[in-house]
Design a binder for this molecule. Structure first.
Ligand code: AMP
Length: 215
């Protein structure tokens, strides 16, 4: 199954993707994660992406679409199915994704759109912590690690993303409304849209997501 996850920053796309990839045996593809690895390794692509990511703006379409195209064409697991998290983020990216998948003869099956209220999103983003080593997600209140600052899965150090501060979050929300929300209509017109209430806790969102995919 090929699934696109839509929704504002902090709606829980990464958390849902992590939960569903195990249940459904799908590859989790996150453009944000790919870009953070490139930035950490200080590659030319990472250097180019850094100023956009740190300001909460969007990395140019051409650059991220190239990353996705490479991933879809080169990773054999992607052919079996994927959960796309953080891509597409513009109408152009959505159209280009359809073209790439058309060439690969594997169209998107469903788009799950996570709807979350502003207060929930803010609380989630400001309390989010990420493992430096394996990328596992935590929250200081909703999903704390057993030992403060240490990843339960691999023992790596947890950190707060530099773009998870209030000023950058405000910009990311604005960018979401202006550039990403129009995609909802795009998938709706294709009859591929499922809307989920993502204000609930992670386990409940996972359950309604599985139900809606099976129903
Ligand atoms: P995320 O981890 O999905 O919240 O993404 C973090 C940041 O990476 C975003 O705020 C953007 O700066 C950049 N980014 C991730 N995915 C995309 C995309 N599809 N298009 C443009 N920029 C992106």
């Amino acid at each position: 199954m090929k699934i696109v996850l839509l929704g504002p920053p902090g709606a829980g796309k990464g958390t849902l993707a992590t939960a569903l990839k195990e249940s459904l045996g799908l590859l989790h593809i996150s453009t944000g994660d790919i870009l953070r690895v490139e930035m950490k390794n200080n590659t030319p692509l990472g250097q180019e992406a850094k100023r956009y990511v740190e300001s909460g703006g969007l990395v140019p379409d051409e650059l991220v679409t190239r990353l996705i195209k490479n991933k879809l064409e080169s990773d054999p697991k992607a052919k079996k199915g994927f959960l796309m998290d953080g891509f597409p983020r513009t109408l152009k990216q959505a159209q280009d994704l359809d073209k790439i998948l058309e060439e690969l003869k594997t169209p998107v099956d469903w788009t799950l759109c996570l709807e979350a209220s502003m207060s929930v999103v803010l609380q989630r983003l400001t309390g989010r912590r990420v493992c430096k080593n394996c990328g596992a997600l935590y929250h200081i209140k909703n999903m704390p690690s057993q030992k403060e600052g240490i990843c339960d899965k691999c023992g790596g150090n947890l950190y707060q993303r530099t773009d998870d501060n209030e000023a950058t979050i405000t910009n990311r929300m604005k960018v979401y409304v202006e550039s990403t929300e129009p995609i909802i209509e795009y998938y709706k017109s294709q009859g591929k849209l499922k809307i989920l209430n993502a204000d609930q806790e992670a386990q409940a969102v996972k359950e309604i997501a599985l139900k809606s995919l099976n129903g």
